[in-house]
Design a protein around this ligand. Structure first.
Ligand code: ADP
Length: 193
């Protein structure tokens, strides 16, 4: 199973991705986690990404594409993967298409979690309180910026996959179990098609 999970910040992509990892025995490729690891390790990419992430802006496409190209070349992705946080721009989506073609791989599905913006910002602010601000980008101002960036740069990615007839949209505002069931249904439909 090879799939992309799309959805705005705080939609619960990470949680759903973890469930899919267990369900399909695939790996989760979270670019947010990779970047946070790079920041923590103080690598050149991490140094470049740190301020950009703290502002809620996007790390440049060429950096992201290189990270993903590198990751998709590793052996543990052989059984499948779930992309969480990538692609975030149409340029990244196009680069991913090229990369997959080179690797001789197809995507099985692109699932978008549709959500309510105000409720999500409340969730992010809450998450910041619960985790004691473990993530530098979990505050209201940055959350709003991340949403604006999402609307401007990432929402068109849904249109990109819709145009290819690959997009499944599920209601992302239910409980974690409800959303998981909706994603499961969308995957069953997409892989049967
Ligand atoms: P969330 O799931 O809350 O949107 P992520 O953990 O996916 O957050 O990403 C955190 C930050 O990392 C983003 O706000 C952005 O700065 C950076 N980032 C992650 N993935 C990408 C990407 N594909 N392209 C550019 N920037 C990215």
């Amino acid at each position: 199973m090879r799939l992309i999970l799309l959805g705005p910040p705080g939609a619960g992509k990470g949680t759903q991705a973890q469930r899919l990892v267990a369900r399909y025995d695939i790996v989760q490729l979270s670019t947010g986690d990779m970047l946070r690891a790079a920041v923590a390790a103080g690598t050149p990419v991490g140094k470049r990404a740190q301020e950009i992430m703290a502002r809620g802006d996007l790390v440049p496409d060429d950096v992201m594409v290189e990270i993903i190209a590198d990751r998709l070349g590793q052996p543990d992705v052989a059984n499948g993967f779930i992309l969480d946080g990538f692609p975030r721009t149409v340029a990244q989506a196009e680069a991913l298409d090229e990369l997959l073609e080179k690797l001789g791989l197809n995507l099985d599905a692109v699932v978008e979690m549709a959500v309510d913006e105000e409720e999500l910002i409340a969730r992010i602010v809450n998450r910041a309180k619960e985790t004691g601000g473990a993530r530098a980008d979990d505050n209201e101002a940055t959350a709003r910026r991340r949403f604006a960036v999402y609307t401007e740069q990432t929402a068109p990615v849904s249109g990109y996959y819709e145009g290819k007839g690959m997009l499944s949209t599920v209601d992302g505002m239910g409980t974690m179990d409800e959303v998981a069931a909706a994603i499961e249904g969308a995957l069953t439909e997409a892989t049967a098609a």
